[in-house]
Ligand binder design. Structure first.
Ligand code: COA
Ligand code: ZN
Length: 296
């Protein structure tokens, strides 16, 4: 049953890329749109040639479907709920993997689950499904599944290349962070003299301005590869909590796991941040400039 749902979700999610949100203006992570566009175009043509089956696009979840077809309506309903309410990991995931809980809000059903290459395949699949939705929303180049969980071995003593932190409320994933092991990053520099004339406090520094990046690279340890919060749960502190939790969890691992590194905030770098990501980074680092960026 659970597998059917997952498969249905995977198929549906491939049907239509979400519209890019207005926050995501940085072009660097844009996937080529050619491939994603071609499938819906073909579908539209087929539906029209049949005469009566009109395909529509849901404004909220972005999925193309034919409302007069019961099967399309059913898949749309499932997909719509995943997008609007958060991906349903199901209660068995929440109850069955309590040892993966790395943050627990007292008196609430909010928890953060940690997933890496050593996790059970069901956990990895759920993390992959959420990542798929996140990457569509970001318009990011997808990270191939084989790279996601790659490691020299499944030795828990080896550091994972990527790790996922899933913020789950009840049994819906409403926040997601993918971290990556990195060694170098650039620094965000203060603007040149022309822009400096309009001096602003760091939190008000406009995030839509192009960031000035150092040519020189600096050592870094932990990459923020992807970070996302469900639209209806934004500005509650979920992304900040994910970042704090990842840092603390990494350092708890460093105390007991061979090869794991102790990480300070200054060792963290964001992968080409969006405008919203830049605002978040500035808030988390507590400074408008000086924090790090890397290309993944
Ligand atoms: C960027 C993103 C992850 C931020 O997620 P979020 O959960 O809303 O972030 P937080 O709530 O932790 O913090 C964001 C803001 O809410 C504020 N906030 C946090 N808790 C709050 C509370 N209880 N009440 C009021 N404001 C609060 C924070 O101070 C911060 O304010 P600022 O934007 O003015 O600096 C989210 O906007 C998103 O998913 N965007 C689309 C994907 C994306 O662009 N990702 C970034 C890739 S680099
Ligand atoms: Zn919909």
């Amino acid at each position: 049953m659970a597998d059917n749902k997952l498969n249905a979700f995977a198929v549906l999610a491939k049907r239509k890329a979400l519209e890019s949100i207005s926050d995501n203006v940085r072009p660097t992570k844009k996937a080529a749109t050619k491939e994603t566009n071609s499938i819906p175009k073909q579908l539209t043509q087929m539906q029209l040639s049949l005469g009566q089956k009109v395909q529509v696009q849901c404004k909220e979840c972005g999925m193309d479907y034919v409302p007069s077809l019961a099967v399309d309506r059913k898949w749309h309903n499932i997909y719509h709920k995943h997008i609007v309410d958060g991906y349903d990991v199901e209660s068995s995931f929440v109850q069955g993997h309590t040892k993966n809980v790395v943050y627990d809000v007292e008196g609430a059903t909010d928890r953060i689950f940690y997933v890496d290459h050593t996790a059970r395949s069901v956990q990895k699949r759920k993390a992959e499904d959420v990542l798929m939705v996140v990457q569509k929303e970001l318009g990011a180049v997808p990270i191939p599944r084989k790279d996601l969980w790659s490691s020299q071995s499944i030795d828990p003593l080896q550091p994972p290349e990527y790790a996922a932190y899933m913020y789950i409320r009840g049994h819906r994933c409403i926040g997601f962070l993918l971290t990556q092991h990195i060694s170098h990053a650039k620094r965000v520099l203060e603007p040149g003299p022309a822009r400096k004339a309009t001096e602003q406090p760091p939190s008000l520094e406009p995030a839509e301005q192009p960031l000035r990046i150092s040519l020189q690279s600096f050592p870094a340890k932990l990459g923020i590869s992807r970070i996302w919060t469900l639209a209806s749960a934004r500005k509650e502190g979920i992304a900040l909590q994910l970042l704090d939790t990842a840092l603390k969890h990494q350092n708890r691992r460093a105390e007991r796991v061979r090869h794991e590194l102790h990480v300070e905030k200054q060792d963290v770098a964001f992968s080409q941040p969006t405008e919203a990501g830049t605002r978040l980074a500035r808030r988390w680092f507590g400074e408008a400039y000086g924090w790090k960026i890397y290309v993944d």
